[in-house]
Design a protein around this ligand. Structure first.
Ligand SMILES: Cc1cc2nc3c(=O)[nH]c(=O)nc-3n(C[C@H](O)[C@H](O)[C@H](O)COP(=O)(O)O)c2cc1C
Length: 461
């Protein structure tokens, strides 16, 4: 029986199987069926031994009851099924009810799906695909030899006609790990649009992707690793204290929410004759990213402010690569969201220039090939462990959602301040790692945003 399955009995005596992702009504079970269910929940059983038991107990009627139950369990995707040839070859581990198995030999050539991934899991190899309803746990390396035959398209029977080869072919076709070619993966837009890593990420970061694995705020690292503090250690260099904007004054004079939303535009050119000032940069960062409240519970620190965040664990750090701004030297800085200061990381080195150049080239397009150097590039870095300590499986998707939240807040604040904002879709994470010396596995860029003075809005604050 698949892990995490419970049996429940309704008031009328009907039995159900329950899992956090699914349930199935089994109906009224006989004593024999209930006993088989209990045995399967307990440990692995061979079909032969169950059949012999049923035969002993109730003859043909017992075997028919057993077959009826096994059919329900198989079609419901409740059983892990191990195929044994001399020794255990592989186990099919369903995540959800399977489609009907294919009948007969598949027509045409077969090939390994481009979405299938094989990796070690304990002492086994796991074959998985985001297109599949199951994983295949391979115990016997001979199975992989059989599978490797399908690295190039070939007629099914060319890869061997031993009982094991035939069974692997049929099971892996059923599991959408072997696919017909030419087939949907080559021709259908719905599949062509997905690169394997994107479909993997999409499917796994949604709750129903792998219902048998931990998902969500499990706090898996509690007791194993220390949670990361909300406030990151400072860089050693000198820091510039930023003036705090007078929020009461801003409240009185600010444009309305509707004004901001309706005026907001991406503006990719800045006015170098009147560059953004340090006051403006400070006001922009405070209003878009400053931390307003911090709390702690069970050793975990939470923060909030203008930006909502999953679990109040906002992991973003705001770095600014300044090419040109009044009142501050060009270079790379980290914005201290708690202390409202800019900590100097470096001057405008070649590596920091690379960050500015990458941002500039991201603003080019076939329709508008002319680009302009941005005055300030906001580099959004995530301290992955802030979210990864508490969450499992969807950590990275939460972080990217956080980037979306920060982008919109920065657009709104920049628009309200008469600045020129533009979000960017890609940057140069290697240049960021080189410029900061940070390990990209623990803190790396996940978003970029440019901001500067607006060419048509002189004197706006
Ligand atoms: C997630 C995201 C990524 C973006 N990436 C880029 C980019 O790489 N380069 C660019 O010039 N604009 C980028 N933009 C800005 C969009 O091109 C812009 O929002 C869109 O064309 C609509 O124009 P508007 O913002 O003026 O309404 C991005 C916007 C978002 C929200």
């Amino acid at each position: 029986m698949r892990p995490g399955v419970y049996r429940a009995v309704g008031r009328d005596g009907q039995e159900y199987l329950l899992h956090r992702s699914a349930s199935q009504q089994l109906g009224w079970l006989t004593d024999l069926q209930r006993d088989v269910l209990r045995q399967l929940a307990d440990s692995e059983r061979s079909e032969e031994s169950l059949r012999a038991q049923a035969d002993d107990r109730a003859g043909d009627r017992g075997v028919a009851e057993l077959d009826g139950l096994l059919r329900q369990l198989r079609t419901g995707g409740w059983l892990h099924i191990t195929v044994v040839h001399d020794r255990p070859a592989y186990t099919i581990e369903p995540y959800r009810p399977p489609p009907d198995p294919p009948t007969g030999e598949p027509a045409g050539d077969l090939v390994l799906s481009r979405f299938a991934v094989i990796h070690r899991s304990g002492a086994d190899l796991l074959i998985e695909s985001p297109r599949s309803w199951c994983a295949v746990r391979v115990h016997d390396p001979a199975v992989l030899t059989g599978l490797a035959a399908y690295l190039v398209p070939r007629a099914g029977t060319d890869a061997g006609s031993t009982p094991l080869a035939t069974r692997i072919r049929s099971d892996l076709t059923w599991a959408t790990m072997l696919v017909g070619t030419p087939g949907d993966e080559d021709t259908a837009f719905d599949l062509r649009q997905w690169s394997p890593h994107e479909l993997w990420f999409h499917q796994r970061s949604r709750g129903d992707g792998i219902p048998d694995r931990p998902f969500g705020r499990t706090r898996w690292a509690a007791g194993r690793f220390e949670p990361l503090p909300a406030r990151r250690p400072s860089f050693a260099g000198p820091a510039v204290d930023l003036p705090r904007p007078d929020l009461d004054a801003v409240r009185r004079t600010d444009t309305t929410l509707t004004g901001v939303l309706e005026e907001r535009r991406s503006i990719r050119r800045h006015d170098d004759q009147r560059p953004i000032t340090l006051d403006q940069l400070g006001g922009f960062l405070y209003r878009a990213a400053g931390v307003r409240r911090v709390a702690a519970r069970d050793g975990v620190e939470f923060l909030t402010g203008p930006n909502p965040s999953g679990g109040a664990l906002d992991p973003l750090e705001f770095y600014v690569a300044v090419r040109l701004a009044e009142g501050i030297e060009a270079g790379l800085y980290r914005y201290d969201r708690f202390g409202h200061r800019l900590e100097r990381v470096s001057g405008l080195t070649r590596t920091v220039r690379r960050l500015v150049d990458a941002a500039q080239s991201a603003t080019g397009s076939a329709e508008a090939p002319e680009t302009y150097p941005p005055q300030v590039v906001v580099l959004l870095a995530a301290r992955f462990g802030r979210v990864g300590w508490s969450y499992e499986t969807l950590t990275y998707s939460l972080i990217l959602k956080q980037v979306g939240v920060a982008y919109q807040t920065m657009y709104c604040v920049a628009t309200a301040m008469g600045l020129a904002p533009c979000a960017l879709g890609a940057g140069d994470p290697a240049a960021f790692a080189a410029a900061t010396g940070l390990d990209p596995l623990s803190e790396g860029t996940v978003g970029e945003f440019i901001v500067g003075s607006r060419p048509d809005r002189q004197g706006a604050t």
